[in-house]
Ligand binder design. Structure first.
Ligand code: NZQ
Ligand code: ZN
Length: 386
């Protein structure tokens, strides 16, 4: 196992009725800006519950943070934070609202052009405190310090992170996920699954705790994910999916082990260029990444085949083929397509996406930094069609 430092200060308020608890988490004298998306929180009662909980606070609102949040929209919120002397942010929504709020928190206290936080990884010295009320289990943003922001004008989708960007608290009430449309349930499960794979499916470093933990999370998603589609009002199923997605990317399973993230980096470029949902890109890229990199990932692929899919017969290549096929089948079962052609995107996209990877300096990806543009090309060529 590699050396590591583990730090995660986010307080989790999990379960039915926990939104009421946010009043105790934000000092009464703070001026609070609630940030949210396109309005789902108004339809499912989350907005009303949050407002009731904050009845004694001085509350402002910023609506309209879009999926794949944009710098352009978020800068309007930064202006409100400054004009209204906001002390505390409360993100209410999915990963996009939470990521957007992290950017607002950092940008409002940054001297200079805030896009540099993403484009140049400009150092962060300060950020507004914030909490979250999660409505879509997927990204893990509610318990990590990363955010991904898109600049509409240049079609850049870039990530940044800083320890000051851990939420002070996050409310996870599984009831609030019951209004999710099937597309977002599927997306959430595929995203969480891929987060686990990015940290688990690399090469062995004798870290059985992290491995067994990751395998347990993968198995939970395989068992509970389809139930969330089939029985959308089952609280227990929603609770297990929600906690699984948080644990998939809160630092725990990634501590002391190598991580890959090539699938995510390639996927972000596909979203920026073609507008696919984040998880739609992952369902396409992950199986093909595993296939193209099967030599480097051999030991872990065989472990994954055996422990997650129960595949122990046949020769090694056959077991790896079957494990990759099972992964794609699971994504399809969750309603998420696994080919670029499913979205009407053809071979002409390959060069375009490679150019963006090059422009962003993403030319040495993966756990060995050996996913060059040539390897990304192979992966993308395979992604086009079955
Ligand atoms: O905007 P509203 O009206 O709220 O609707 C949203 C949105 O249209 C809707 N929704 C959310 N909760 C709902 C609901 N609809 C009904 N009932 C509910 N309870 O779902 C739609 C998608 O929301 P979004 O927040 O965009 O989805 P997700 O949570 O999947 O977030 C995706 C973003 O997170 C980034 C992605 O790149 C993408 O930009 N990621 C962030 C990460 C991180 N911070 O660690 C890691 C991830 O790998 C990922 O890159
Ligand atoms: Zn993701």
């Amino acid at each position: 196992m590699h050396n590591f430092t583990f730090y995660n200060p986010t307080k989790i308020l999990f379960g039915n009725g926990q939104i009421a608890g946010i009043a105790q988490e934000i000092p009464l004298n703070q001026r609070v800006l609630i940030t949210y998306g396109g309005g789902s929180i108004k339809q499912n009662g989350v907005y009303a519950e949050v407002m009731a909980a904050l009845a004694g606070h001085s509350v402002f609102e910023f609506a309209g943070i879009e999926p794949n949040p944009t710098y352009e929209t978020l800068m309007d919120a930064v202006q409100i934070v400054k004009d209204q002397h906001i002390d505390f942010l409360l993100a209410v929504g999915g990963g996009s609202v939470i990521d957007g709020t992290k950017f607002i928190a950092a940008a409002a206290r940054f001297e200079g052009e805030p896009w540099d936080l993403l484009a140049k990884h400009a150092p962060i010295a300060d950020a507004l405190p914030f909490g979250t009320v999660l409505t879509l289990p997927a990204t893990g943003s509610e318990m990590n310090s990363y955010a991904v922001v898109t600049r509409r004008a240049s079609q850049d989708k870039l990530a940044f992170g800083h320890p000051l960007l851990y939420p002070r608290f996050s409310v996870l009430d599984p009831n609030k996920t019951m209004t999710l449309p099937p597309r977002q349930i599927g997306n959430g499960v595929v995203d969480a699954f891929t987060h686990i794979m990015e940290q688990y499916l690399t090469y062995p470093v004798n870290a059985p705790v992290q491995d067994r933990f990751a395998e347990g999370l993968l198995l939970t998603l395989i068992e509970e994910g389809p139930k969330a589609l089939a029985t959308p009002e089952n609280y227990e199923v929603r609770a297990n999916v929600m906690w699984c997605a948080t644990l998939a990317l809160n630092g725990l399973i990634g501590a002391g082990v190598p991580s890959d993230w090539a699938t995510h980096m390639i996927g972000h470029e596909i979203t920026a260029q073609y507008g696919l949902d984040h998880a739609q890109t992952l369902a396409i890229v992950l199986p093909n990444t595993l296939d193209v990199r099967r030599t480097e990932k051999r030991a872990k692929l065989l472990q994954y085949a055996k422990r997650v899919w129960g595949l122990s017969s046949g020769d090694e290549e056959q077991r790896i083929d079957a494990a990759i096929a099972k992964t794609s089948e699971f994504f399809e079962q969750m309603g998420v397509k696994t080919w670029l052609s499913s979205y009407g995107i053809g071979a002409e996209a390959v060069d375009n996406i490679l150019q963006q990877l090059e422009r962003h300096g993403l030319t040495a990806l993966g756990e060995h930094q050996d996913v060059t543009l040539a390897t990304s090309r192979k992966i993308l060529e395979q992604c086009v069609a079955a």
